[in-house]
Design a protein around this ligand. Structure first.
Ligand code: ADP
Ligand code: ASP
Ligand code: MG
Length: 412
């Protein structure tokens, strides 16, 4: 007998029939004698709709009220799943974030979980085997208001609950049957990984693979929660762990050079032409951006031809582009650049693998594969286990496929 946390994403609970299907999956685990807590997302499309409503009323909405609105999607699915479970003879009770409670900080719309009080649900699990159906994505802020964890946050709710319950595993049920070498909806030759390290999964998530929210992977890594990603819709025959397991590096037998390729369309590029080439110029550009909470990701500074002026190119989140440009235009007199260019038709493509640490030539293979397809690289950035490039958005699919082949990741 084990204690398990099962999480079901939006598509998995997309309509009443699917919720009944989820109830049957939960029942299978309960019938094996496990103690089970379930975390659910809102029905697919619901959160997007609620966000739209907020924007339609005010583009500069109050984040506390945004949270009150968007958290409601998950409330519906907890109640519906509890009813579906009761209907097939499983004792179940719904729990909202404020009821457990799941305590968070006060940073509305992207709150962090601080602590989860599991006493009551544990008591019920132990006394009668009651299934706790917990609302994902939401919590209770320090000031006693409803908070939410950022888009995709139900993954983090699930992993945090698994850590708090000391669960044997956290199963993330979704619409794909595991973590793939790249997004299987774009590259049909993508291959399912049986295992992936926490570190690689963290890079994959933060570089765009939305299959797990970045913070959920951070949380899993910190608390050593065993996470499995698997499909709600397919029953893999004969395997105990049919999905992808996120594990420590020493649990991986054969390490590939590159394990995965991620892409993100969430970035935009800014170029400042003709900035002065002198000490302190970078600080004077990036200081005001940081003050305005505009995160800068990739940066390149050109060599200066005349020793006096140079160009500076960098990327910011697409959602921050307008604000970033505004900040720089305001500071134009002081920064003394000649021209500001902006481009949001870009995509960041990254190859990721812990195998890179001990092998040379990984970046070169990337540059060559892209060059062979005539794809121009605009910006490059690297770290110990990843190489990222910025290219024109129209090349997203072509670049992903080319790289997938170049690193030998294609399915046989
Ligand atoms: P849920 O609603 O269940 O939380 P998400 O839509 O958030 O599901 O995440 C699942 C999606 O992530 C898949 O449908 C897939 O298109 C996308 N995805 C992106 N990269 C990957 C990857 N490397 N492996 C698997 N899925 C990926
Ligand atoms: N419903 C929320 C969202 O769409 C949280 C989640 O699904 O993980 O972002
Ligand atoms: Mg998700």
């Amino acid at each position: 007998m084990a204690r398990l946390v099962l999480k079901f994403g939006g598509t998995s609970v997309g309509d009443p029939e699917r919720i009944k299907n989820v109830a049957r999956k939960v029942k299978q685990e309960v019938d094996k004698g496990h103690q089970v807590a379930v975390v659910v997302s809102a029905m697919s499309g619901v959160t997007n709709q609620l966000v739209e409503y907020c924007r339609a009323i005010s583009p500069l909405y109050d984040a506390r009220e945004y949270d009150a609105v968007v958290a409601s999607g998950e409330q519906v699915t907890t109640g519906l799943l509890a009813i579906a479970l009761q209907e097939i003879g499983i004792g179940a009770r719904s729990w909202q974030g404020w009821q457990l409670p799941i305590l968070t900080d006060d940073v509305h719309a992207k709150a962090r979980i601080q602590r989860i009080d599991t006493r009551e649900i544990v008591r019920r699990m132990e006394e009668s085997g009651e299934v706790a159906v917990v609302a994902g994505f939401q919590g209770l802020s320090e000031r006693g208001r409803i908070s939410t964890l950022g888009r995709g946050g139900s993954d983090t709710s699930a992993v945090a609950l698994a850590a708090a319950l000391n669960a044997e595993r956290c199963d993330i049920y979704t619409d794909v049957d595991g973590v793939y070498t790249t997004d299987p909806r774009i590259v049909t030759k993508a291959r399912k990984l049986a295992r992936i390290t926490y570190e690689e999964m963290l890079e994959m998530a933060s570089l765009g693979a939305k299959v797990l929210q970045t913070r959920s992977v951070e949380m899993a890594m910190k608390h050593r929660v065993r996470v499995q990603v698997l499909s709600t819709f397919e029953q893999a025959a004969g395997s105990d762990l049919p999905g992808t397991l996120v594990v420590d590096e020493d649990e991986i037998v054969e390490q590939e050079l590159v394990s995965g390729i991620a892409y993100s369309r969430d970035e935009a590029k800014i170029t400042l032409i003709g900035v002065e080439d002198r000490p302190g110029v970078a600080a004077s550009i990036f200081g005001p951006l940081a003050d305005a909470a505009v995160n800068v990701d990739m940066i390149v500074q050109n060599v200066s031809e005349d020793g006096r002026t140079t160009d500076m190119t960098f990327t910011v989140g697409k959602a921050d582009l307008a604000r970033g440009v505004q900040v720089l235009e305001k500071a134009k007199d002081h920064l003394k650049y000649r021209k500001l260019l902006q481009d949001s038709n870009v995509v960041k493509i990254s190859v990721i693998g812990v195998g890179m640490r001990s092998h040379a030539g990984v970046a070169q293979r990337m540059f060559k594969a892209l060059a062979d397809r005539g794809i121009n690289i605009q910006v490059i950035s690297t770290s110990e286990i990843k190489v990222s490039v910025l290219v024109a958005e129209e090349y997203t699919e072509l670049a992903l496929r080319a790289l997938h082949t170049a690193y030998g990741l294609d399915q046989a």
